[in-house]
Design a binder for this molecule. Structure first.
Ligand code: SF4
Ligand code: SF4
Length: 428
């Protein structure tokens, strides 16, 4: 890791310990038109004290986009929109930074990054675009709860600073994918599959994600929430206009604000709650200063969450009941043969080799499946459905109704008092 990056990471941690308030800047952005994005970004950067408060002119900056392996057009809202990334990169270049853009994808640069538009945008701007698997990884020590070492992409470790560009999306396994989850793409694909096998429960998986985040915290996070994804993200959900861009030096606070906007309880999202408890950032909205429109003004009503979001109560169950409910509530992936295009992305991605080809379509061997939902994530054709047992569906319905009642109650409160009451209830 470069010296200035190490200094910045430890300074950021000290600041978080000394000063409990984190700042998240919000700006409205009606579309992906260049002028809309540019004025939103300029406002955010100004509100955060300018780029010079985070990045030194002339330094090497790694820009982490969210770009899933099977390539997709930006309109599907699966990846950080290239028009948004373009304006962030242009700002960094104007500031005098040397920029590298990247993510770890399983396609070669010629196809994966082309279809999304990243190849042409990076060559136009004259910046390096790197598929992290081709640039190599280096072992780093992690003072984590679950992992003690990890392999992090070299371009990240060699940069002076990282600017993280997550896309606002719900997630069928981790509930939400924002700034913290976006860093999972910094480790090799094989290791990601290994972690999926090793950390099967979603809250344990979230602990691993927070461990990774703790060893490479970004210096700046700017979230593309102009059009987000609702439902079964990160790839099988549906685009939903939000019309916002969010920025913060604190990835945890950024995720907390983003989840509140889409109607999720920030401290109910495992990555946010765990990172907050570990003092890696601020997930409690009472300790977050919001610059820009108020949360009440920008909250989206009726944003569809992943089914994972309604099953979070399991965390507070004793282990014998947990096992029973886990069995009932688990989401079982099933291939819809009529829709399957036999692209075999799911076959390549499955960490358990549980998917084969049977009668001209993909087929999941249930006995080998660990329900990590990687196949669901990579299937661009929405050919993988998530099924649940009858009792599980009943429990979910009951939870959904309770959730609606709770939302009605929360709507009558300010975000701060809402968090307070939820926190008291859980003893967090
Ligand atoms: S299920 Fe989806 S990812 Fe798997 S082969 Fe069929 S279309 Fe491809
Ligand atoms: S079949 Fe899908 S959910 Fe099951 S282990 Fe393989 S990738 Fe994970």
């Amino acid at each position: 890791m470069s010296k200035s990056r190490e200094d910045a990471a430890s300074k950021a941690k000290l600041e978080k310990q000394d000063s409990p308030k984190s700042v998240v800047a919000l700006a409205r952005c009606a579309s992906y038109d260049r002028s809309d994005i540019l004025s939103a970004l300029q406002l955010l950067v100004k509100n955060l004290g300018g780029l010079q408060s985070t990045i030194k002119p002339g330094s090497h900056v790694f820009v982490k986009i969210n770009h899933l392996s099977p390539s997709s057009p930006p309109e599907r809202a699966i990846l950080t929109h290239p028009a948004f990334a373009r304006e962030v990169i242009a700002l960094l270049l104007d500031f005098g930074a040397k920029v590298t853009v990247g993510d770890d994808i399983q396609s070669s640069p010629g196809d994966g990054f082309s279809r999304s538009g990243y190849c042409s945008l990076c060559s136009e701007l004259g910046v390096r675009l790197v598929n992290l698997k081709e640039a190599g990884f280096r072992e780093v020590e992690v003072r984590g709860e679950l992992i003690k070492k990890a392999y992090i992409a070299r371009p990240v470790l060699e940069a002076d600073a990282m600017v993280n560009l997550p896309k606002l999306k719900t997630h069928s396994f981790t509930v939400f994918t924002g700034a913290i989850k976006n860093l999972f793409g910094l480790i090799p694909h094989g290791l990601r599959l290994h972690y999926h096998r090793q950390f099967i429960r979603n809250e344990v998986f979230a602990r691993m994600l927070v461990d990774l985040f703790s060893c490479v915290p970004p210096q700046l996070n700017i979230m593309d929430a102009i059009v987000g994804m609702e439902g079964e993200g990160p790839s099988s959900g549906y685009p939903r206009k939000i019309g916002l861009v969010l920025a913060s030096r604190d990835a945890v606070a950024l995720d907390a604000v983003a989840t509140q906007i889409i109607g999720l309880d920030p401290l109910g999202v495992p990555t946010t709650a765990i990172a907050h408890t570990r003092k890696l950032g601020v997930g409690d909205l009472r300790q977050v200063e919001i610059l820009g429109p108020s949360l009440e003004e920008v909250t989206i009503s009726g944003f569809r969450h992943s089914v994972a979001a309604v099953s979070l109560f399991r965390r507070w169950l004793p282990s014998f009941l947990y096992a029973y409910f886990q069995e009932q509530l688990v989401l079982v992936p099933e291939v819809e043969p009529r829709i399957c295009q036999v692209c075999q992305e799911c076959v390549r991605m499955c960490p358990r080799q549980a998917i084969g080809l049977v009668d001209g379509s993909a087929f999941i061997h249930k006995a080998d499946c660990i329900h990590c939902l990687c196949c669901h994530e990579v299937c661009q054709h929405r050919a993988i459905r998530l099924k649940q047992r009858f009792l599980g569906r009943l429990i979910r319905k009951a939870e959904g109704m309770l959730g609606q009642l709770n939302k009605l109650r929360v709507l009558r409160q300010s975000p701060a008092s809402a968090n307070e009451s939820l926190e008291t209830k859980r003893g967090l």
